[in-house]
Design a protein around this ligand. Structure first.
Ligand code: 16G
Length: 254
């Protein structure tokens, strides 16, 4: 942080925050501090009670101003660690005509992909998995759930199910699922993807660092081998503010 915090929130600055209720003035003061770089991306805000003291306002006023800025995505609350200035997102474009992996997509953009594992295990298939992956009830399915991160920015939550026949031991997947499937010579060559709009629920919003209710893209991908066997069924939730899916359209023979 480049400036004494108490100065950022001083009552003098606040009175320069235009007209309107106190919480609006405080919100504008905070917004301006981020805009001009007095508060930098990633900076932690002092506790609400300290801000209230610096600005000589009530904690209710501070909370209201911060709530608004969290809802706008300017600040982000992390459970247990406080409130931070959010990082601006850089939009990622994914071409819908190519069957690529997250790791490859990010590498092509010069970004480093990494994952935080939420779950990795072998299970009895659910009715959906049985139907989509063409599995019998007495077979197994590998499930891999990850928070996908590019250059330290969380972009998506993915829950992948892969037939146990193609991936009997999910613990072998450390970075890229597709790279592992390629090693086993069962990398998919075709996929069907369904994209729909959604609003983020609390748990997902927390993982992706966006406000509850923010726009998201819910994606289901079923991918296949050349033989027509389904390999992967993945349900993902992408940040709507960080991802553009681009489809190329050509005129078809009628
Ligand atoms: C992409 C795919 C996902 C696939 C993953 C493999 C979408 C919507 N989803 O994220 O289905 O499992 O790539 O990535 O594009 P990996 O090889 O880096 O693990």
């Amino acid at each position: 942080m480049t400036e004494d915090l108490s100065a950022i929130f001083s009552p003098e600055r606040l009175s320069g925050g235009g007209t309107g209720p106190l919480y609006v003035k405080l919100r504008r003061t905070l917004e301006d501090a981020v805009k001009v770089g007095r508060l930098k991306h990633g900076d932690a805000l002092p506790p609400e009670r300290d801000i209230a003291e610096f600005a000589a306002v009530s904690r209710v006023t501070v909370r209201k101003a911060i709530d608004d800025l969290v809802a706008e995505g300017i600040l982000v609350r992390r459970h247990g660690s406080g409130t931070f200035v959010a990082k601006p997102v850089s939009k990622v474009e994914q071409r819908l005509s190519q069957l690529t992996s997250f790791t490859e997509d990010m590498a092509r953009r010069g970004m480093t992909a990494r994952s935080e594992w939420l779950h990795k295990g072998i299970h009895t298939p659910s009715p959906d998995e049985m139907m989509i992956l063409g599995l019998a009830a007495d077979t197994k399915v590998s499930r891999l759930s990850r928070l996908r991160i590019a250059d330290d920015q969380p972009l998506a939550i993915e829950h992948a199910s892969v037939s146990g026949e193609f991936l009997p031991d999910p613990s072998v997947v450390t970075t890229s699922l597709y790279a592992e499937l390629e090693k086993q010579q069962v990398r998919p060559v075709r996929a069907v993807q369904r994209i729909s709009a959604t609003n983020m629920k609390e748990a997902d919003a927390g993982l992706l660092g966006v406000p509850v209710g923010a726009a998201g893209l819910s994606i289901e991908r079923i991918s296949y081998l050349g033989s027509g066997r389904a390999v992967e069924f993945t349900r993902s939730l992408y940040r709507g503010d960080a991802y553009d899916f681009v489809a190329e359209l050509t005129i078809g023979a009628t």
